[in-house]
Design a protein around this ligand. Structure first.
Ligand SMILES: Nc1nc2c(c(=O)[nH]1)N[C@H]1C(S)=C(S)[C@@H](COP(=O)(O)O)O[C@H]1N2
Ligand SMILES: [Mo]
Length: 355
């Protein structure tokens, strides 16, 4: 068979196109592979004073109860990135700039050579609905943010710390939030090098603040600035400039609108109050009086706390509500408040049917 010139060109053109695509794909793959090797090779040093391992996890005895630590695999992911940024350490630096007298620039090796500490901290998305799952608890490892900021010598007029990601995201919080709390530049999560999806090679965590105003992943720059000059990514889209995490409690088990067997069953869940910890959990079933639940061990005031209570379920439909009191004795808000502009409020209530 004879191939006409036109068809030959078509064939070559097509092959050409395929080749180009394959090369681009290969380049992408190579870059990703290099980054993965980078990350696999990154060995973060031990924390100066590693935290003690947690006590036996009550979740092991109560099916459905959230464990102390949310595994990296199960950790919620919230960000604006279509694909996870692949950062090569060869050209990554962390810079601290803006209204400072002593700008700082650190390579990854310089960053992780600094003393690190560990923190058990629950992070929450402002978009977490009452009873929602956009929340997780982890043992984070990192470098103290207040030390670094102090070293950069902020000017007197600076009142905001803005983190910038390589993908254009930004999040700002008050300089005054560095009031001694354990804010950090995170390099490790639950004993692993910080995973890609949670911000490799570095992110910020500020205990007590929602992620959208603080927890910049794929961090590359920290700028000392002013609230009246710069807004983080979400602020001009209607979200509040300040985002302290609100006290919440959640029923993990039994599940909402589920069926269960008549007889003894555990009602269990988690509760969190950003910096004070939880002092009390109460449960109301139908029209019975509030009952106080058992609290699990407090591993840190910044960490969520497990709770549980026994219940003898009788045949029929039931309504179960939980409410928390924080470490200062303040009862969680009952008001039915939506997530926009600064986080949901309300008592988590579920309906179940015992058969
Ligand atoms: N670069 C970048 N960092 C980000 C975001 C983002 O969109 N881009 N989202 C923030 C928000 S809104 C939340 S709730 C947390 C979620 O952190 P996680 O994905 O590790 O759970 O990341 C924060 N950091
Ligand atoms: Mo979020």
């Amino acid at each position: 068979m004879q191939i006409s010139r036109r068809n030959l060109l078509k064939a070559v053109g097509a092959i050409g196109a395929v080749t180009i695509t394959a090369t681009a794909g290969a380049k992408l793959l190579t870059h990703k592979a290099v980054v993965q090797i980078n990350r696999a090779k990154a060995a973060i040093p031990k924390a100066l004073k590693p935290l003690a391992p947690p006590p036996p996890d009550p979740a092991l005895k109560t099916p459905g109860l959230s464990p102390f630590f949310t595994s990296n695999k199960d950790f919620f992911r919230i960000d604006t990135a279509f694909t996870i940024p692949q950062i090569s350490l060869d050209n990554w630096k962390l810079e601290i700039v803006g209204l400072v007298s002593n700008p700082i620039s650190l390579t990854y090796d310089q960053l992780i050579a600094r003393p690190t500490f560990e923190l058990d901290d629950t992070i929450s998305c402002v978009s977490n609905e009452v009873g929602g799952t956009l929340i997780g608890n982890a043992r984070w490892q990192g470098i103290r943010l207040d030390d670094l900021i102090k070293e950069a010598q902020p000017h007197a007029d600076a009142d905001q710390i803005m983190g910038y990601s390589v993908d254009g995201f930004s999040a700002g919080f008050p300089l005054a939030a560095l009031d001694g709390r354990d804010a950090m530049i995170v390099i490790g999560m639950n004993g692993e090098v910080l995973p890609d999806r949670n911000g490799w090679p570095a992110r910020i965590i500020v205990p007590g603040l929602y992620g959208y105003v603080s927890a910049t992943k794929w961090l590359m720059r920290i700028e000392l600035t002013r609230f009246d000059q710069k807004h983080g990514y979400w602020i001009d889209q209607g979200w509040s400039e300040r985002g302290p995490i609100k006290t919440q409690s959640r029923i993990d088990t039994p599940s909402n609108n589920g069926e269960l067997s008549v007889g003894p069953i555990a009602i269990a869940g988690v509760a969190w109050a950003a910096l004070t910890g939880i002092s009390k959990i109460e449960i109301k079933i139908d029209n019975q009086p509030w009952r106080t639940a058992t609290l699990g061990p407090e591993i840190a005031k910044t960490s969520w706390r497990q709770w549980w209570i026994d219940w003898n379920a009788t045949k029929g439909n039931h309504r179960i509500t939980v409410r928390a009191t924080d470490g200062d004795g303040k009862l969680q808000s009952q008001a039915n408040v939506p997530i926009l502009p600064n986080g949901a409020e309300g008592w988590h209530t579920i309906n179940v049917k015992a058969i």
